[in-house]
Design a protein around this ligand. Structure first.
Ligand code: S3P
Length: 437
């Protein structure tokens, strides 16, 4: 599906932020381990969380979607050896977290995914899982990955070579589901939804002090059941609306129910330092996650040198930040972001290719980009390749707001992996996105 996004004269109104993808996947997994009845609201009904849901049902979880809610039933039996492959589709989080779970449960499984996921590195989780005692095989470091049980060590300690919430969560889930203890050291603080969720269900998880920053310790833990879990909105999805409102003329947009977890919302800090007009209201805590509304108005932006420390907290927002930077006065520099090369696409390359087609001067580094921004209108009509990556597609569609001839983006179907009502929400606010043959 190709889409075209046209210039607009203003962006106005209210949008309800769709459910958080990372949290939607985690609550299905953790909820299945609780083994009690649980109602989940705010679930992101999109391809990625749905592949995690289907994989869990194949190993004996009992999860039902009903009237926009998720009902997780107490299992009658133990988890099962699945008869079929567990297909995680496009979802890196699904694949890596489910690997942790099935490893801890000692199940014999075979995990597969779509062509993008089958090209993504799995050794970052497979190697530490092997060290933990899991019997696990890969296809040259990639999917399909086969788990065949094994005995999980107690008191496993792991120093993560990369800052990755997926790796951290995979190992925590392997320990939790095998009822073992684990200590992990992360080089930089990454999203902490797994830890917060374990805390919310009464689990015993501790963090290092200032002398041991980055240390996370899960003690032997029995989680307590609760009746309901409410998922906050996805900051990463909100970021497309935020940047759209910043670069559109005469805009005034409120986004409701946006997750504001500090390990996720680094983009707010970056955009504020660029001169963005953003205001947070109605801040509260829901199920151990911060949430609030964000008011955004059109802003004249300036360039920024993005600090290294914040990169893991804006990792999924770098494509849309690159669009904001294209319309900000001056040279924006993003470095230390080589992790972007192994996302749903090589995002550094995909961003650079799109910017080149829009005739935006920039430089591509092995670990980032520099972008020369201006307060401008785009004047080309070359077709942008999404590289089958949802965040690349949505980012360049947002850039269409500032185009004289519209921006066409190829292969946008993958938007459904994370933000199925993107077009509806954006067009309701005043964007002009249509299908293009
Ligand atoms: C995610 C972690 C991030 C992020 C991904 C979702 C998660 O990946 O890019 O979209 O839910 O844990 P890494 O932890 O591998 O950086």
């Amino acid at each position: 599906m190709n889409l075209i996004s046209n210039q607009i004269s203003c962006l106005k109104g209210e949008a309800l932020c769709p459910g958080d993808k990372s949290i939607s996947q985690r609550i299905l997994i953790l909820g299945s381990l609780l083994n009690s009845n649980l109602i989940i609201d705010g679930f992101l009904d999109a391809n990625d969380p749905n592949s995690t849901l289907n994989a869990l049902n194949k190993i004996g979880a009992s999860i039902l979607k009903k009237d926009g809610k998720i009902i997780l039933f107490k299992r009658e039996k133990n988890f099962l050896q699945p008869e079929e492959d567990l297909d995680l589709g496009n979802s890196g989080t699904g694949a890596r977290l489910i690997l942790g779970l099935v490893s801890g449960l000692g199940l014999n499984t075979r995990l597969v995914g779509d062509s993008s996921l089958s090209n993504r590195p799995m050794l970052r989780v497979v190697n530490p899982l092997k060290d933990m005692g899991v019997d696990i095989e890969t296809n040259d470091g990639k999917l399909p990955v086969k788990t065949s049980g094994g005995e999980i060590n107690n008191f496993f300690e792991y120093k993560m070579p990369v800052a990755s919430a997926q790796v951290k969560s995979c190992l925590i889930l392997a320990a939790l589901s095998s009822n073992k203890e684990i200590k992990i050291f992360e080089p930089k603080k990454t999203r902490d939804h797994t830890e917060r969720m374990i805390e919310y269900f009464g689990g015993d998880i501790k963090y290092g002090d200032s002398k041991n920053p980055g240390e996370i310790k899960l003690n032997k833990t029995k989680l307590k059941s609760r009746n309901v879990y409410s998922i906050v909105g996805d900051f990463s999805s909100a970021s497309f609306i935020i940047v759209a409102a910043l670069i559109a003329p005469k805009s005034n947009v409120i986004i409701r129910n946006v997750g504001l977890n500090k390990t996720r919302n680094g983009l707010i800090k970056v955009l504020l330092s660029m001169g963005a007009s953003l205001k947070i209201t109605n801040k509260k805590t829901k199920c151990n996650e911060e949430v609030g509304d964000i008011l955004v108005t059109s802003s004249k932006l300036n360039s920024v040198i993005v600090p290294e420390k914040i990169i893991p907290n804006i990792i999924d927002e770098i494509p849309i930040l690159s669009i904001a930077a294209s319309f900000a006065e001056g040279k924006t520099i993003i470095k230390n972001a080589s992790e972007l090369k192994i996302k749903e696409s090589d995002r550094l390359h995909a961003i650079s290719d799109g910017l080149l087609k829009l005739k935006i001067n920039h430089e591509l580094f092995y670990d980032g980009l520099s972008i020369e921004g201006h307060d401008r209108q785009i004047d080309t009509n070359e077709i942008i390749d999404s590289y089958d990556d949802h965040r690349i597609a949505m980012s360049f569609l947002v850039a269409g707001i500032r185009s004289k001839k519209g921006i066409t983006v190829k292969d946008c179907k993958n938007i459904e992996t994370s933000f199925p009502n993107f077009i509806e929400i954006m067009n309701n606010l005043g964007m002009s996105i249509d299908e293009k043959n």
